[in-house]
Design a protein around this ligand. Structure first.
Ligand code: NAP
Ligand code: G4F
Length: 322
């Protein structure tokens, strides 16, 4: 009998890559989506797996819905990737962010406890929880200091995951993932906003790129490699929390330079700094220490910064060119 995995957030970047990975490992994959007026399956379509997974509506804001889905699917593993995941929007919509990204996790964990506490659980935690960093680089032992409603909601979710592990013995893991990107990244996030606009400028469809804080630094990795770490966390003898990162940091400015130079353009001729994109509180520097993941999971990133920027620009050039 193949194992059944339930992935929340199947319409997102990580949901699509994780579904593809689990299918390749022989899993039966159920992906949940929230009801919208038009279901967007662009990413699972792009990866050619739409007809290989079962799709089911489930909203993290609805406890009854969660329990019914868990009861019907009886998954061996649940990967909770669903969230209001855009930091900037969380300042505009702090309550809805708290309800989905924070309380949604409590609803899911409670559902697991009620339906079957043997279900293994993966929580998509984030380097944003380190916020105003208390240590460089950040590891599993670094104190948290969230700087946005999104980060505060994720921190609540992180501790709820730890609590269900300690209080009810649920096999629950929190993956503290640093930024990971790909051609399937949402267009509002800075990396994809840059590569998409660079492609449009190169094709003569646009002539400027408006950005906020160019000095912010992030530890950017390649998303398909990060979903492998999620799976590995649920295959260990004991549940635990892991930082997943490259161990390198680069500024938004460096990302911009690399993307424009990939198509032989000078970024200074196109980039306009627009304070409209500044955040009320910024996370200035993130750089993760992935030692524990390397030693315990055998996980390590493979795609470096330059290769990541190049593959994202190339994918956008191909798409825009069409
Ligand atoms: P994403 O592309 O924004 O996907 C988020 C998913 O959550 C989408 O499928 C979205 O559905 C779904 N969702 C939103 N509200 C929901 C609700 N009320 N009920 C059910 N589903 C809902 O995010 P991602 O980049 O794949 O990231 C996956 C997870 O990892 C997120 O939890 C994110 O916060 C976390 N994370 C991401 C990174 C990163 O760098 N990518 C790093 C650390 C942690 P719609 O398509 O309908 O919007
Ligand atoms: O791409 P971003 O919006 O990602 P951010 O805020 O780091 O959050 C992402 O990574 C987290 C992991 O650390 C995830 F948990 C979260 O769900 C999400 O996936 O912004 C990156 C940096 C910020 O410092 C921002 O101020 O880029 C800066 N930036 C500068 N100009 C911009 C822009 N960000 C966006 N989105 N748009 C701009 O025009």
């Amino acid at each position: 009998m193949p194992k059944t995995a339930l992935i929340t957030g199947i319409t997102g970047q990580d949901g699509a890559y994780l579904a593809k990975l689990l299918l390749s490992k022989g899993y039966y994959v159920v992906g949940t989506f929230r009801r919208t007026s038009m279901l967007n399956l662009e990413r699972v379509n792009y990866l050619g797996i739409k007809d290989k997974i079962e799709l089911m509506p489930m909203d993290l804001q609805d406890q009854g819905n969660i329990i019914k889905v868990l009861d019907k699917v009886q998954p061996h593993e649940v990967y909770n990737l669903a969230a209001q995941s855009f930091v900037a929007v969380s300042f505009e919509q702090p309550l809805v962010t708290g309800d989905i990204t924070g309380l949604g996790v409590a609803r899911l964990l409670e559902g697991i406890r009620i339906v079957n506490p043997e279900i293994k659980y993966y929580q998509a935690s984030t380097s944003e929880m380190f916020g105003k960093v208390q240590e460089v680089p950040q590891s599993e032992n670094t104190p948290f200091y969230p700087r946005s409603p999104y980060a505060a909601a994720k921190l609540y979710a992180h501790w709820m995951t730890v609590n269900y592990r300690e209080a009810y013995n649920v096999y629950a893991c929190s993956g503290i993932l640093f930024n990971h990107e790909s051609p399937l990244r949402g267009l509002e996030f800075v990396t994809r906003k840059i590569t998409n606009t660079v492609a449009r400028i190169k094709c003569g469809l646009e002539n400027e790129l408006r950005l906020g804080n160019l000095d912010a630094k992030r530890d950017w990795g390649y998303a398909p490699e990060y979903v492998e770490a999620m799976w590995l966390m649920l295959q260990q003898s004991k549940p635990d929390d892991y930082v997943i990162s490259t161990g390198e940091t680069h500024s938004v400015r460096e990302f911009v330079e690399a993307a424009f130079s990939h198509v032989n353009l000078d970024w200074r001729e196109y980039v306009v700094v627009d304070p409209a994109f500044y955040r009320p509180a910024e996370v200035e520097l993130l750089i993760g220490d992935p030692t524990k993941a390397k030693e315990r999971l055998g996980w390590q990133c493979k795609t470096d910064f330059k290769a990541l920027v190049g593959l994202m620009v190339d994918a956008d050039l191909k798409r825009v060119g069409k």
